[in-house]
Design a protein around this ligand. Structure first.
Ligand SMILES: [Zn+2]
Length: 646
Protein backbone atom coordinates (compact mmCIF):
# COMPACT_ATOMS: atom_id res chain seq x y z
CA UNK A 1 0.00 0.00 0.00
CA UNK A 2 1.52 3.29 -1.00
CA UNK A 3 1.46 6.37 1.22
CA UNK A 4 -1.27 8.12 -0.78
CA UNK A 5 -3.72 5.24 -0.52
CA UNK A 6 -2.83 4.98 3.16
CA UNK A 7 -3.81 8.62 3.57
CA UNK A 8 -7.03 8.14 1.53
CA UNK A 9 -8.04 5.13 3.60
CA UNK A 10 -7.26 6.86 6.86
CA UNK A 11 -10.24 7.08 9.25
CA UNK A 12 -9.68 10.83 9.50
CA UNK A 13 -10.08 11.39 5.75
CA UNK A 14 -13.05 9.05 5.60
CA UNK A 15 -14.61 10.93 8.48
CA UNK A 16 -13.95 14.36 6.98
CA UNK A 17 -17.25 16.02 5.81
CA UNK A 18 -17.65 15.98 2.03
CA UNK A 19 -18.62 19.15 0.15
CA UNK A 20 -22.20 20.15 0.98
CA UNK A 21 -22.40 17.57 3.73
CA UNK A 22 -23.26 18.86 7.15
CA UNK A 23 -20.93 18.07 9.95
CA UNK A 24 -22.57 14.99 11.39
CA UNK A 25 -21.69 12.61 14.13
CA UNK A 26 -18.79 11.21 12.01
CA UNK A 27 -17.36 14.68 11.40
CA UNK A 28 -13.90 15.51 12.71
CA UNK A 29 -15.20 18.89 13.87
CA UNK A 30 -17.80 17.90 16.39
CA UNK A 31 -19.31 20.31 18.87
CA UNK A 32 -17.26 19.10 21.80
CA UNK A 33 -14.00 20.11 20.10
CA UNK A 34 -13.19 23.34 21.95
CA UNK A 35 -9.99 25.37 22.14
CA UNK A 36 -9.51 24.61 25.84
CA UNK A 37 -9.84 20.87 25.27
CA UNK A 38 -7.33 20.92 22.42
CA UNK A 39 -4.83 22.83 24.58
CA UNK A 40 -5.31 20.30 27.40
CA UNK A 41 -4.96 17.48 24.91
CA UNK A 42 -1.71 18.93 23.53
CA UNK A 43 -0.17 19.12 27.01
CA UNK A 44 -1.22 15.58 27.96
CA UNK A 45 0.07 14.17 24.65
CA UNK A 46 3.34 16.10 25.13
CA UNK A 47 3.85 14.64 28.61
CA UNK A 48 3.02 11.14 27.39
CA UNK A 49 5.33 11.49 24.37
CA UNK A 50 8.13 12.70 26.64
CA UNK A 51 7.76 9.76 29.04
CA UNK A 52 7.59 7.33 26.10
CA UNK A 53 10.71 8.93 24.59
CA UNK A 54 12.54 8.41 27.89
CA UNK A 55 11.38 4.79 28.05
CA UNK A 56 12.50 4.12 24.46
CA UNK A 57 15.87 5.82 24.99
CA UNK A 58 16.48 3.96 28.20
CA UNK A 59 15.43 0.64 26.67
CA UNK A 60 17.81 1.27 23.82
CA UNK A 61 20.63 2.20 26.19
CA UNK A 62 20.18 -0.87 28.36
CA UNK A 63 19.27 -3.47 25.79
CA UNK A 64 20.74 -2.48 22.45
CA UNK A 65 23.25 0.33 22.22
CA UNK A 66 24.60 2.02 25.33
CA UNK A 67 26.44 4.62 23.29
CA UNK A 68 23.44 5.77 21.25
CA UNK A 69 23.64 9.52 21.04
CA UNK A 70 20.19 10.19 22.44
CA UNK A 71 20.78 7.72 25.27
CA UNK A 72 24.05 9.42 26.18
CA UNK A 73 22.11 12.61 26.52
CA UNK A 74 20.08 11.22 29.41
CA UNK A 75 21.01 12.98 32.62
CA UNK A 76 19.76 13.40 36.14
CA UNK A 77 17.19 15.97 35.03
CA UNK A 78 15.98 14.08 31.94
CA UNK A 79 13.04 12.51 33.78
CA UNK A 80 11.33 15.87 34.14
CA UNK A 81 13.01 17.94 31.42
CA UNK A 82 12.09 15.68 28.49
CA UNK A 83 8.33 15.35 29.22
CA UNK A 84 8.03 19.06 30.03
CA UNK A 85 9.95 20.03 26.90
CA UNK A 86 7.58 17.95 24.74
CA UNK A 87 4.56 19.29 26.63
CA UNK A 88 5.75 22.84 25.99
CA UNK A 89 6.28 22.29 22.27
CA UNK A 90 2.98 20.47 21.74
CA UNK A 91 1.26 22.96 24.04
CA UNK A 92 2.31 25.76 21.71
CA UNK A 93 0.72 23.80 18.85
CA UNK A 94 -2.50 23.42 20.83
CA UNK A 95 -2.61 27.11 21.75
CA UNK A 96 -1.94 28.10 18.14
CA UNK A 97 -4.84 25.92 16.94
CA UNK A 98 -7.14 27.45 19.58
CA UNK A 99 -6.14 31.00 18.61
CA UNK A 100 -6.68 30.38 14.86
CA UNK A 101 -10.03 28.73 15.59
CA UNK A 102 -11.11 31.79 17.55
CA UNK A 103 -9.93 34.21 14.85
CA UNK A 104 -11.76 32.32 12.09
CA UNK A 105 -14.70 31.45 14.35
CA UNK A 106 -14.45 27.89 13.09
CA UNK A 107 -13.63 24.48 14.48
CA UNK A 108 -11.65 23.10 11.56
CA UNK A 109 -8.37 24.62 12.91
CA UNK A 110 -8.99 22.60 16.07
CA UNK A 111 -9.28 19.35 14.11
CA UNK A 112 -6.13 20.20 12.20
CA UNK A 113 -4.50 21.08 15.51
CA UNK A 114 -5.32 17.65 16.94
CA UNK A 115 -3.85 15.98 13.84
CA UNK A 116 -0.78 18.24 14.07
CA UNK A 117 -0.29 17.34 17.73
CA UNK A 118 -0.50 13.64 16.86
CA UNK A 119 1.97 14.23 14.02
CA UNK A 120 4.47 16.04 16.29
CA UNK A 121 4.22 13.34 18.97
CA UNK A 122 4.77 10.57 16.42
CA UNK A 123 7.66 12.53 14.87
CA UNK A 124 9.34 12.95 18.27
CA UNK A 125 9.16 9.23 19.02
CA UNK A 126 10.44 8.28 15.57
CA UNK A 127 13.50 10.47 16.19
CA UNK A 128 14.67 7.88 18.76
CA UNK A 129 15.54 5.77 15.76
CA UNK A 130 18.39 7.73 14.23
CA UNK A 131 19.57 7.76 10.67
CA UNK A 132 16.43 8.44 8.61
CA UNK A 133 15.99 11.51 6.44
CA UNK A 134 13.67 14.27 7.61
CA UNK A 135 11.29 13.38 4.78
CA UNK A 136 11.17 9.76 5.95
CA UNK A 137 10.48 10.82 9.55
CA UNK A 138 7.75 13.19 8.35
CA UNK A 139 6.09 10.62 6.06
CA UNK A 140 6.03 7.96 8.74
CA UNK A 141 4.79 10.45 11.33
CA UNK A 142 2.02 11.59 8.98
CA UNK A 143 0.88 8.02 8.47
CA UNK A 144 0.86 7.36 12.22
CA UNK A 145 -0.89 10.67 12.96
CA UNK A 146 -3.67 9.99 10.45
CA UNK A 147 -4.28 6.62 12.03
CA UNK A 148 -4.20 8.00 15.55
CA UNK A 149 -6.20 11.20 15.09
CA UNK A 150 -9.76 9.70 15.38
CA UNK A 151 -8.79 7.98 18.62
CA UNK A 152 -7.22 11.23 19.77
CA UNK A 153 -10.42 13.14 19.05
CA UNK A 154 -12.33 10.53 21.01
CA UNK A 155 -9.96 11.18 23.90
CA UNK A 156 -10.48 14.94 23.65
CA UNK A 157 -14.22 14.44 24.19
CA UNK A 158 -13.86 13.83 27.89
CA UNK A 159 -11.39 15.62 30.09
CA UNK A 160 -11.35 12.78 32.58
CA UNK A 161 -10.90 10.25 29.83
CA UNK A 162 -8.01 12.29 28.48
CA UNK A 163 -6.36 12.60 31.88
CA UNK A 164 -6.88 8.90 32.61
CA UNK A 165 -5.51 7.91 29.17
CA UNK A 166 -2.43 10.10 29.66
CA UNK A 167 -1.82 8.82 33.15
CA UNK A 168 -2.24 5.19 32.07
CA UNK A 169 0.27 5.67 29.23
CA UNK A 170 2.80 7.26 31.59
CA UNK A 171 2.35 4.54 34.22
CA UNK A 172 2.88 1.87 31.54
CA UNK A 173 6.07 3.61 30.36
CA UNK A 174 7.24 3.89 33.98
CA UNK A 175 6.62 0.18 34.59
CA UNK A 176 8.56 -0.69 31.42
CA UNK A 177 11.40 1.57 32.62
CA UNK A 178 11.57 -0.04 36.04
CA UNK A 179 11.46 -3.58 34.62
CA UNK A 180 14.41 -3.03 32.30
CA UNK A 181 17.61 -4.62 33.57
CA UNK A 182 20.84 -2.85 34.36
CA UNK A 183 19.89 0.45 35.93
CA UNK A 184 22.51 2.32 37.95
CA UNK A 185 21.23 3.22 41.34
CA UNK A 186 22.79 5.98 43.34
CA UNK A 187 22.94 5.22 47.02
CA UNK A 188 23.18 8.14 49.36
CA UNK A 189 26.34 8.16 51.39
CA UNK A 190 25.99 8.80 55.12
CA UNK A 191 28.60 10.49 57.28
CA UNK A 192 29.98 8.01 59.78
CA UNK A 193 31.98 10.53 61.77
CA UNK A 194 32.34 14.31 61.92
CA UNK A 195 35.28 15.96 60.19
CA UNK A 196 38.40 16.47 62.27
CA UNK A 197 38.58 20.02 63.73
CA UNK A 198 40.75 22.19 61.47
CA UNK A 199 40.51 19.73 58.55
CA UNK A 200 41.25 21.63 55.33
CA UNK A 201 38.90 22.04 52.39
CA UNK A 202 39.93 20.25 49.20
CA UNK A 203 39.46 21.75 45.75
CA UNK A 204 40.22 19.35 42.89
CA UNK A 205 40.30 21.18 39.56
CA UNK A 206 40.47 19.08 36.39
CA UNK A 207 41.18 21.04 33.22
CA UNK A 208 39.73 18.68 30.64
CA UNK A 209 42.03 18.15 27.61
CA UNK A 210 44.80 20.48 28.82
CA UNK A 211 48.22 19.01 28.05
CA UNK A 212 51.24 19.83 30.16
CA UNK A 213 53.18 20.75 27.02
CA UNK A 214 50.92 23.72 26.34
CA UNK A 215 51.32 25.29 29.76
CA UNK A 216 54.22 27.59 30.44
CA UNK A 217 54.80 26.29 33.93
CA UNK A 218 58.40 26.92 34.75
CA UNK A 219 59.52 27.57 31.19
CA UNK A 220 59.61 30.43 28.76
CA UNK A 221 57.31 30.56 25.78
CA UNK A 222 53.75 31.58 25.33
CA UNK A 223 52.09 32.95 28.46
CA UNK A 224 49.27 30.41 28.34
CA UNK A 225 49.05 29.92 32.08
CA UNK A 226 50.19 32.90 34.17
CA UNK A 227 47.61 32.19 36.88
CA UNK A 228 48.57 28.54 37.24
CA UNK A 229 52.23 29.53 37.25
CA UNK A 230 51.57 31.88 40.16
CA UNK A 231 49.69 29.10 41.92
CA UNK A 232 52.53 26.63 41.30
CA UNK A 233 54.93 28.98 43.09
CA UNK A 234 52.84 28.59 46.25
CA UNK A 235 53.05 24.81 46.28
CA UNK A 236 54.49 21.75 44.58
CA UNK A 237 54.55 21.05 40.88
CA UNK A 238 54.92 17.61 39.35
CA UNK A 239 56.72 17.84 36.06
CA UNK A 240 56.10 14.26 34.96
CA UNK A 241 52.52 13.60 36.03
CA UNK A 242 50.78 11.04 33.85
CA UNK A 243 47.12 10.26 33.35
CA UNK A 244 46.18 6.60 33.72
CA UNK A 245 43.79 6.79 30.75
CA UNK A 246 43.67 8.68 27.47
CA UNK A 247 40.09 9.91 27.67
CA UNK A 248 37.71 11.51 30.10
CA UNK A 249 35.67 8.78 31.76
CA UNK A 250 38.32 6.21 32.76
CA UNK A 251 40.77 9.00 33.62
CA UNK A 252 38.33 10.62 36.07
CA UNK A 253 37.26 7.24 37.44
CA UNK A 254 40.92 6.37 38.09
CA UNK A 255 41.50 9.73 39.78
CA UNK A 256 38.49 9.13 42.03
CA UNK A 257 39.26 5.51 42.95
CA UNK A 258 43.05 5.24 42.68
CA UNK A 259 42.56 2.22 40.40
CA UNK A 260 44.06 1.51 36.99
CA UNK A 261 41.69 1.79 34.07
CA UNK A 262 41.80 -1.99 33.49
CA UNK A 263 40.46 -2.51 37.03
CA UNK A 264 37.46 -0.26 36.41
CA UNK A 265 34.13 -0.84 34.69
CA UNK A 266 34.27 2.41 32.76
CA UNK A 267 33.93 2.00 28.99
CA UNK A 268 32.29 4.05 26.25
CA UNK A 269 28.98 2.40 27.05
CA UNK A 270 29.50 1.57 30.72
CA UNK A 271 29.47 3.82 33.76
CA UNK A 272 31.66 3.54 36.82
CA UNK A 273 30.11 0.78 38.93
CA UNK A 274 30.19 0.73 42.70
CA UNK A 275 32.80 -1.97 43.37
CA UNK A 276 35.54 0.44 44.44
CA UNK A 277 35.13 3.36 46.84
CA UNK A 278 35.57 6.88 45.50
CA UNK A 279 37.32 9.75 47.20
CA UNK A 280 34.03 11.69 47.33
CA UNK A 281 32.34 8.79 49.10
CA UNK A 282 35.18 8.52 51.60
CA UNK A 283 35.24 12.24 52.38
CA UNK A 284 31.44 12.38 52.73
CA UNK A 285 31.67 9.51 55.21
CA UNK A 286 34.28 11.45 57.13
CA UNK A 287 32.23 14.57 57.62
CA UNK A 288 33.05 16.54 54.48
CA UNK A 289 30.51 18.45 52.45
CA UNK A 290 31.09 17.22 48.90
CA UNK A 291 30.12 18.72 45.55
CA UNK A 292 30.97 18.06 41.91
CA UNK A 293 30.62 20.47 38.99
CA UNK A 294 31.23 19.21 35.47
CA UNK A 295 31.34 21.18 32.25
CA UNK A 296 31.89 17.98 30.26
CA UNK A 297 28.22 17.11 30.56
CA UNK A 298 28.51 13.88 28.60
CA UNK A 299 31.10 11.66 30.29
CA UNK A 300 30.85 13.74 33.44
CA UNK A 301 27.10 13.24 33.73
CA UNK A 302 25.49 11.22 36.49
CA UNK A 303 24.70 8.60 33.85
CA UNK A 304 28.39 7.63 33.84
CA UNK A 305 28.62 7.31 37.61
CA UNK A 306 31.22 9.96 38.41
CA UNK A 307 28.73 11.56 40.80
CA UNK A 308 28.98 8.64 43.24
CA UNK A 309 29.62 9.87 46.77
CA UNK A 310 28.98 13.55 46.08
CA UNK A 311 26.19 15.11 48.11
CA UNK A 312 25.71 17.77 45.47
CA UNK A 313 26.43 17.24 41.77
CA UNK A 314 25.81 19.61 38.88
CA UNK A 315 26.19 18.25 35.40
CA UNK A 316 23.78 19.47 32.76
CA UNK A 317 22.85 23.14 33.01
CA UNK A 318 19.25 24.01 33.81
CA UNK A 319 18.75 26.84 31.35
CA UNK A 320 15.78 27.59 29.08
CA UNK A 321 17.75 26.49 26.01
CA UNK A 322 18.97 23.26 27.62
CA UNK A 323 15.46 22.56 28.91
CA UNK A 324 13.98 23.07 25.45
CA UNK A 325 16.57 20.91 23.73
CA UNK A 326 16.46 18.09 26.26
CA UNK A 327 13.84 16.30 24.15
CA UNK A 328 14.58 14.97 20.69
CA UNK A 329 11.83 17.16 19.23
CA UNK A 330 13.22 20.25 20.96
CA UNK A 331 16.70 19.52 19.69
CA UNK A 332 15.40 18.95 16.17
CA UNK A 333 13.47 22.23 16.16
CA UNK A 334 16.34 24.19 17.65
CA UNK A 335 18.75 22.91 15.04
CA UNK A 336 16.29 23.49 12.20
CA UNK A 337 14.97 26.89 13.23
CA UNK A 338 17.54 28.55 15.49
CA UNK A 339 20.97 27.08 14.71
CA UNK A 340 22.58 30.23 16.15
CA UNK A 341 21.51 29.22 19.65
CA UNK A 342 23.62 26.08 19.41
CA UNK A 343 26.62 27.92 18.02
CA UNK A 344 28.91 27.13 20.92
CA UNK A 345 28.25 23.44 20.48
CA UNK A 346 30.00 21.16 18.09
CA UNK A 347 27.84 21.12 14.95
CA UNK A 348 26.78 17.53 15.59
CA UNK A 349 26.71 18.03 19.30
CA UNK A 350 24.22 16.21 21.40
CA UNK A 351 25.38 17.61 24.68
CA UNK A 352 25.70 21.01 26.14
CA UNK A 353 29.06 22.36 27.22
CA UNK A 354 29.25 24.79 30.07
CA UNK A 355 31.93 27.44 29.79
CA UNK A 356 34.32 28.30 32.61
CA UNK A 357 32.48 31.49 33.49
CA UNK A 358 29.25 29.55 34.02
CA UNK A 359 31.12 26.92 36.04
CA UNK A 360 32.57 29.57 38.33
CA UNK A 361 29.14 31.07 38.93
CA UNK A 362 27.71 27.64 39.82
CA UNK A 363 30.59 26.85 42.17
CA UNK A 364 30.43 30.22 43.93
CA UNK A 365 26.65 29.99 44.32
CA UNK A 366 27.10 26.61 46.01
CA UNK A 367 29.97 27.88 48.17
CA UNK A 368 27.94 30.85 49.35
CA UNK A 369 24.98 28.70 50.38
CA UNK A 370 26.71 25.70 51.90
CA UNK A 371 26.95 24.71 55.55
CA UNK A 372 29.97 26.43 57.02
CA UNK A 373 30.55 24.04 59.91
CA UNK A 374 31.90 21.29 57.69
CA UNK A 375 34.98 21.42 55.46
CA UNK A 376 34.25 20.90 51.76
CA UNK A 377 35.56 18.74 48.96
CA UNK A 378 34.76 20.28 45.59
CA UNK A 379 35.59 18.69 42.23
CA UNK A 380 35.50 20.93 39.17
CA UNK A 381 35.85 19.84 35.55
CA UNK A 382 36.46 22.70 33.10
CA UNK A 383 35.84 21.81 29.46
CA UNK A 384 36.95 24.96 27.62
CA UNK A 385 40.12 23.54 26.05
CA UNK A 386 38.30 20.58 24.47
CA UNK A 387 37.72 20.89 20.73
CA UNK A 388 36.39 22.80 18.89
CA UNK A 389 39.19 25.20 19.70
CA UNK A 390 37.07 28.32 19.86
CA UNK A 391 38.14 30.77 22.56
CA UNK A 392 35.38 32.62 24.39
CA UNK A 393 33.87 35.56 22.62
CA UNK A 394 35.77 38.74 23.33
CA UNK A 395 38.93 36.94 24.47
CA UNK A 396 41.98 38.80 23.15
CA UNK A 397 43.87 37.02 20.34
CA UNK A 398 47.33 36.60 21.79
CA UNK A 399 48.86 33.72 19.91
CA UNK A 400 49.31 33.72 16.14
CA UNK A 401 47.46 35.62 13.45
CA UNK A 402 44.04 34.04 14.09
CA UNK A 403 41.52 32.79 11.50
CA UNK A 404 41.92 34.43 8.10
CA UNK A 405 38.34 34.07 6.92
CA UNK A 406 35.04 32.29 7.51
CA UNK A 407 36.46 29.11 6.03
CA UNK A 408 39.10 29.01 8.76
CA UNK A 409 36.43 29.51 11.40
CA UNK A 410 34.33 26.71 9.91
CA UNK A 411 37.37 24.43 9.80
CA UNK A 412 37.94 24.99 13.51
CA UNK A 413 34.29 24.46 14.31
CA UNK A 414 34.20 21.19 12.35
CA UNK A 415 37.57 20.05 13.71
CA UNK A 416 36.31 16.78 15.16
CA UNK A 417 34.94 15.54 11.85
CA UNK A 418 37.16 16.94 9.12
CA UNK A 419 40.07 14.97 7.67
CA UNK A 420 42.81 16.66 9.66
CA UNK A 421 45.60 14.79 7.92
CA UNK A 422 44.83 16.78 4.76
CA UNK A 423 45.09 20.20 6.38
CA UNK A 424 47.87 22.61 5.52
CA UNK A 425 50.65 23.51 7.96
CA UNK A 426 49.04 26.91 8.38
CA UNK A 427 45.74 25.35 9.49
CA UNK A 428 47.53 23.04 11.94
CA UNK A 429 49.36 26.04 13.36
CA UNK A 430 46.07 27.90 13.59
CA UNK A 431 44.49 24.97 15.47
CA UNK A 432 47.41 24.87 17.93
CA UNK A 433 47.20 28.65 18.41
CA UNK A 434 43.46 28.52 19.07
CA UNK A 435 43.84 25.55 21.40
CA UNK A 436 46.39 27.47 23.44
CA UNK A 437 44.09 30.51 23.45
CA UNK A 438 41.46 28.24 24.99
CA UNK A 439 44.02 27.02 27.56
CA UNK A 440 44.87 30.63 28.40
CA UNK A 441 41.18 31.49 28.75
CA UNK A 442 40.55 28.65 31.19
CA UNK A 443 43.73 29.60 33.10
CA UNK A 444 42.34 33.08 33.52
CA UNK A 445 38.96 31.77 34.72
CA UNK A 446 40.58 29.42 37.24
CA UNK A 447 42.55 32.43 38.47
CA UNK A 448 39.33 34.37 38.91
CA UNK A 449 37.79 31.55 40.90
CA UNK A 450 40.84 31.40 43.16
CA UNK A 451 40.58 35.19 43.66
CA UNK A 452 36.96 34.76 44.72
CA UNK A 453 37.96 32.03 47.17
CA UNK A 454 40.69 34.26 48.50
CA UNK A 455 38.24 37.14 49.02
CA UNK A 456 36.05 34.76 51.03
CA UNK A 457 39.05 33.85 53.18
CA UNK A 458 38.94 30.21 52.06
CA UNK A 459 42.26 29.75 50.25
CA UNK A 460 44.37 29.59 53.39
CA UNK A 461 42.42 26.57 54.59
CA UNK A 462 42.08 24.82 51.26
CA UNK A 463 44.20 22.17 49.55
CA UNK A 464 44.12 23.09 45.86
CA UNK A 465 44.96 20.42 43.29
CA UNK A 466 45.01 21.33 39.60
CA UNK A 467 45.43 18.67 36.95
CA UNK A 468 43.94 17.39 33.71
CA UNK A 469 42.31 14.13 32.65
CA UNK A 470 44.37 13.89 29.45
CA UNK A 471 46.06 16.08 26.89
CA UNK A 472 45.59 16.53 23.16
CA UNK A 473 47.41 15.80 19.91
CA UNK A 474 47.23 18.50 17.26
CA UNK A 475 49.24 16.99 14.42
CA UNK A 476 52.20 15.75 16.49
CA UNK A 477 53.18 12.25 15.30
CA UNK A 478 50.59 12.80 12.54
CA UNK A 479 47.86 12.24 15.14
CA UNK A 480 44.95 14.26 16.49
CA UNK A 481 42.68 14.41 19.51
CA UNK A 482 42.92 11.98 22.41
CA UNK A 483 41.78 8.53 23.37
CA UNK A 484 43.61 6.66 20.64
CA UNK A 485 47.26 7.30 21.43
CA UNK A 486 49.57 7.34 24.43
CA UNK A 487 52.17 9.86 23.31
CA UNK A 488 53.25 12.41 25.90
CA UNK A 489 51.00 15.07 24.37
CA UNK A 490 48.10 12.96 25.65
CA UNK A 491 49.49 11.32 28.79
CA UNK A 492 51.61 14.08 30.36
CA UNK A 493 49.29 16.33 32.31
CA UNK A 494 49.77 19.31 34.61
CA UNK A 495 49.71 18.56 38.34
CA UNK A 496 49.96 21.31 40.95
CA UNK A 497 49.37 20.81 44.62
CA UNK A 498 49.03 23.74 46.98
CA UNK A 499 48.40 22.85 50.61
CA UNK A 500 49.22 25.69 53.02
CA UNK A 501 51.28 24.27 55.86
CA UNK A 502 50.99 20.75 54.49
CA UNK A 503 53.04 20.71 51.28
CA UNK A 504 56.31 22.42 50.41
CA UNK A 505 56.28 25.76 48.63
CA UNK A 506 58.11 26.10 45.31
CA UNK A 507 59.03 22.40 45.11
CA UNK A 508 59.35 20.85 41.64
CA UNK A 509 59.11 17.07 41.54
CA UNK A 510 60.71 15.55 38.47
CA UNK A 511 59.97 11.88 39.20
CA UNK A 512 57.11 10.40 37.15
CA UNK A 513 53.86 10.03 39.10
CA UNK A 514 50.41 8.78 38.22
CA UNK A 515 47.12 10.53 38.94
CA UNK A 516 46.02 7.24 40.55
CA UNK A 517 47.94 8.50 43.59
CA UNK A 518 45.47 11.38 44.09
CA UNK A 519 42.91 9.66 46.40
CA UNK A 520 45.66 8.40 48.73
CA UNK A 521 47.23 11.88 48.67
CA UNK A 522 43.97 13.66 49.51
CA UNK A 523 43.21 11.31 52.41
CA UNK A 524 46.76 11.84 53.68
CA UNK A 525 46.62 15.64 53.41
CA UNK A 526 43.29 16.04 55.17
CA UNK A 527 44.62 13.94 58.03
CA UNK A 528 41.97 11.23 58.28
CA UNK A 529 43.58 8.64 60.45
CA UNK A 530 41.50 5.63 59.42
CA UNK A 531 43.09 3.20 57.04
CA UNK A 532 42.81 4.66 53.54
CA UNK A 533 40.82 2.35 51.26
CA UNK A 534 42.70 3.62 48.23
CA UNK A 535 45.61 1.96 46.48
CA UNK A 536 48.47 4.15 45.33
CA UNK A 537 50.72 6.15 47.63
CA UNK A 538 50.45 9.68 48.91
CA UNK A 539 52.44 12.19 46.90
CA UNK A 540 53.63 13.53 50.24
CA UNK A 541 56.46 11.02 49.82
CA UNK A 542 58.09 13.68 47.63
CA UNK A 543 58.05 16.41 50.27
CA UNK A 544 61.63 15.60 51.26
CA UNK A 545 63.93 16.10 48.25
CA UNK A 546 66.01 12.99 48.81
CA UNK A 547 63.25 10.80 50.17
CA UNK A 548 62.80 8.85 46.95
CA UNK A 549 65.30 6.20 46.14
CA UNK A 550 64.97 4.28 42.88
CA UNK A 551 63.33 0.90 42.77
CA UNK A 552 60.37 1.22 45.13
CA UNK A 553 58.24 3.61 43.16
CA UNK A 554 54.72 2.55 42.07
CA UNK A 555 54.02 1.76 38.45
CA UNK A 556 53.18 4.66 36.11
CA UNK A 557 50.82 3.17 33.57
CA UNK A 558 48.61 4.75 30.92
CA UNK A 559 45.97 3.01 28.82
CA UNK A 560 43.76 3.92 25.89
CA UNK A 561 40.73 1.82 27.01
CA UNK A 562 38.07 1.05 24.40
CA UNK A 563 40.43 1.96 21.61
CA UNK A 564 38.74 -0.53 19.40
CA UNK A 565 35.78 -2.69 20.17
CA UNK A 566 36.79 -6.29 20.37
CA UNK A 567 35.37 -9.42 21.92
CA UNK A 568 38.79 -11.01 22.12
CA UNK A 569 40.17 -10.32 25.59
CA UNK A 570 43.59 -11.50 24.48
CA UNK A 571 43.86 -8.74 21.91
CA UNK A 572 46.58 -6.40 23.13
CA UNK A 573 45.31 -2.97 24.05
CA UNK A 574 47.54 0.08 23.89
CA UNK A 575 49.46 0.65 27.10
CA UNK A 576 52.46 2.69 28.14
CA UNK A 577 54.78 2.32 31.11
CA UNK A 578 57.47 4.52 32.62
CA UNK A 579 60.62 3.10 34.19
CA UNK A 580 64.19 4.23 34.64
CA UNK A 581 63.74 7.59 32.93
CA UNK A 582 62.19 6.11 29.79
CA UNK A 583 58.65 5.67 28.53
CA UNK A 584 57.65 2.52 26.68
CA UNK A 585 54.58 2.46 24.41
CA UNK A 586 53.03 -0.73 23.14
CA UNK A 587 50.24 -0.33 20.58
CA UNK A 588 47.37 -2.72 20.09
CA UNK A 589 49.10 -3.92 16.94
CA UNK A 590 52.15 -4.82 19.01
CA UNK A 591 54.20 -1.90 17.72
CA UNK A 592 56.72 -0.76 20.36
CA UNK A 593 58.29 2.63 20.96
CA UNK A 594 60.62 3.86 23.68
CA UNK A 595 61.63 7.44 24.43
CA UNK A 596 63.81 9.28 26.89
CA UNK A 597 61.65 11.28 29.30
CA UNK A 598 63.87 14.27 29.93
CA UNK A 599 66.02 14.37 26.76
CA UNK A 600 63.19 13.79 24.29
CA UNK A 601 59.95 15.11 25.83
CA UNK A 602 58.23 15.43 22.44
CA UNK A 603 59.06 11.75 21.68
CA UNK A 604 60.85 12.14 18.37
CA UNK A 605 63.70 9.61 18.72
CA UNK A 606 62.59 6.02 19.20
CA UNK A 607 65.12 4.02 21.21
CA UNK A 608 63.76 0.51 20.61
CA UNK A 609 66.30 -0.23 17.88
CA UNK A 610 69.20 1.24 19.85
CA UNK A 611 71.26 -1.74 21.17
CA UNK A 612 72.30 0.36 24.15
CA UNK A 613 68.78 0.11 25.52
CA UNK A 614 68.10 -3.54 24.60
CA UNK A 615 68.25 -4.72 28.22
CA UNK A 616 65.81 -2.01 29.35
CA UNK A 617 63.49 -2.85 26.47
CA UNK A 618 63.47 -6.45 27.70
CA UNK A 619 62.58 -5.29 31.22
CA UNK A 620 59.77 -3.16 29.81
CA UNK A 621 58.38 -6.14 27.89
CA UNK A 622 58.46 -8.26 31.02
CA UNK A 623 56.75 -5.52 33.08
CA UNK A 624 54.12 -5.07 30.39
CA UNK A 625 53.51 -8.81 30.27
CA UNK A 626 52.72 -8.72 34.00
CA UNK A 627 50.31 -5.81 33.48
CA UNK A 628 48.61 -7.68 30.63
CA UNK A 629 48.21 -10.74 32.83
CA UNK A 630 46.68 -8.69 35.65
CA UNK A 631 44.35 -6.96 33.20
CA UNK A 632 43.31 -10.25 31.63
CA UNK A 633 42.64 -11.78 35.05
CA UNK A 634 40.57 -8.71 35.94
CA UNK A 635 38.61 -8.90 32.67
CA UNK A 636 37.80 -12.58 33.05
CA UNK A 637 37.17 -12.55 36.84
CA UNK A 638 33.55 -13.12 37.87
CA UNK A 639 31.72 -10.04 39.07
CA UNK A 640 31.96 -9.70 42.83
CA UNK A 641 29.18 -7.32 43.67
CA UNK A 642 27.64 -4.07 42.79
CA UNK A 643 25.42 -2.75 40.08
CA UNK A 644 26.73 -4.17 36.87
CA UNK A 645 25.52 -2.73 33.66
CA UNK A 646 25.28 -5.03 30.67
ZN1 LIG B 1 38.47 14.69 28.94
Amino acid sequence: MNQLSLVRRSPVIRAWPRQGQAAGPRSVCPEFLTGKRVIGFSIVVGLVAGVCELALQDARRRLIDGTALGALHLNQHAWWMVPLSDALILGVLGISAAVVARVFRARWPLAIGVAGICFAAAFSLLLVYRGLSNLAYATLALGLALQAAPGAIWLVRGRRRMARGGLAAMVCAGVVLSLLPGGRETTRVQAIEPARPGAPNVLLIVLDTVRAQSLNLGRGGRPTSPRLEALARQGTRFRQARTPAAWTLPAHAAMFTGRWAFELSTRLDQPLDDRQPTVAEYLTQHGYETAGFVANTMFGSTFFGLDRGFEHYEDVAITPVEFFRSSLLGRFLLKACLPGLAERDRPTSYFYRKDADEMNRDVLTWLDHRERERPFFAFLNYFDAHDPYIPPEGAPARFGPGPRDDHDVETLRDWHRIDKTRQSKRILRLARDRYEECVAAVDSEVGELLDELDQRGLLDQTVVIVTSDHGELIGEHGLFGHGQSLHSQVTRVPLLLVAPGRAPVGRIVTQPVSLTDLPATIVDLVGIENQSPFPGRSLARFWEPDSIKGGDEPMVLSETVDEEESDQPSLMPSRSLIMEGKVYLRGKDGLEQMYDLSGDPREKHDLTTNPRWAALLKRFREAMRRVDERALAEATAPTIAGNQTP
